[in-house]
Design a protein. Structure first.
Length: 315
């Protein structure tokens, strides 16, 4: 029997949720995703010391104000690490816009364009990059603008059906609905240790997947933020799943049978197609205590890790 990881690859595009080059080599994912927390970890690894130095030198050469040099250094480091990853994987790498811009659509568009120009300056075309944006109303609006420029986007920190509806209306290339953080919230609230299809995070991704497939939307659904392999197995058949190296290792060591849970050709029952204007989006998201809290928390955590990395790069 082949491993569950190999079985999963037959049903779903497996994406590495990591900035670790060695993990890419070990598990050979299709794509890879990074975020400020992962870049912070990567920047501390000895194998990336040369890239950190190169990013600092690049920022000094371009000059500008202190903050402009910090921003340049941060973007350059993200791009250099992303470019290293692209040397190993066949697909795309996701690179995140500064989470502190999550409520400024124009600033996110400008920063995304800059990241793409940085990738192009090191010889990587935009077709191999996904720009990650928080799934705020402003982030979704920014994605709509960028998609028209052939800058494909990954809408992240997505915790609700409301966010998923708005993302597909904007024409986003890909969304990353989170599983583990939804699970965490409901477990803390109810005291229940949810398993498999009963997991609220799994149910959230399944609902979105079925809605997209029922109505023929082309936006890719990539489940993210997993706490255990059971959550991953319960979403086998999803378009893509972004998985940490530790959980990929667990799947690679398990030779049990993996059953398909989601099927794009035969999706489960779904709501009728509907569209949300900005006031409707904001009200619906506000009514969802879990999604509102987790979105805000996610932005805060990514912003904090961005600030920590900035301090390290300027020491």
């Amino acid at each position: 029997m082949i491993s569950k990881l190999d079985q999963l690859k037959q049903l779903t595009d497996v994406v590495a949720d990591s900035g670790d080059i060695e993990a890419m080599k070990a598990y050979l994912p299709m794509d890879a995703t990074t975020n400020p927390s992962l870049l912070l970890k990567a920047a501390a690894m000895p194998q990336y010391a040369g890239l950190v130095s190169s990013a600092r030198d690049h920022a000094r050469q371009l000059g500008g104000s202190s903050q402009e040099m910090v921003d340049t250094c941060m973007d350059r480091l993200a791009v250099l690490i992303g470019n290293e990853i692209l040397g190993i994987i066949p697909g795309r790498v996701s690179t995140e816009v500064d989470a502190r811009l999550s409520f400024d659509a124009d600033a996110m568009v400008a920063r995304a364009r800059h990241l793409i120009s940085e990738y192009e300056s090191v010889g990587t075309g935009r077709g191999r990059v996904l720009i990650k944006l928080a799934s705020t109303w402003e982030g979704i609006r920014a994605a709509g603008i960028l998609e028209k420029e052939s800058i494909n986007c990954n809408l992240t920190l997505l915790f609700s059906f409301t966010q998923a509806q708005a993302c597909v209306d904007a024409g986003a290339f890909l969304i990353s609905p989170f599983v583990g953080r939804i699970y965490d919230w409901w477990k803390q609230k109810t005291g229940v240790d949810y398993i498999g299809a009963s997991d609220p995070g799994v149910q959230s991704v399944s609902r979105i997947f079925n809605y997209y497939k029922t109505h023929g939307y082309g936006t890719v659904v990539m489940g993210a933020s997993f706490r255990n392999t059971g959550q991953i197995e319960a979403l086998a058949g999803c378009d893509r799943l972004t998985i940490s190296p530790a959980l990929m290792e667990d799947l690679a060591a398990d030779e049990g049978l993996l059953k398909q849970a989601l099927d794009a050709e035969n999706p489960g029952e779904s709501e009728a197609k509907s569209h949300l204007a900005e006031p409707e989006f904001r009200l619906a998201l506000n009514e969802d205590e879990m999604a509102t809290g987790k979105l805000a928390e996610g932005i805060r955590l990514f912003a904090a890790d961005t600030l920590t990395l900035e301090r390290q790069l300027t020491d």
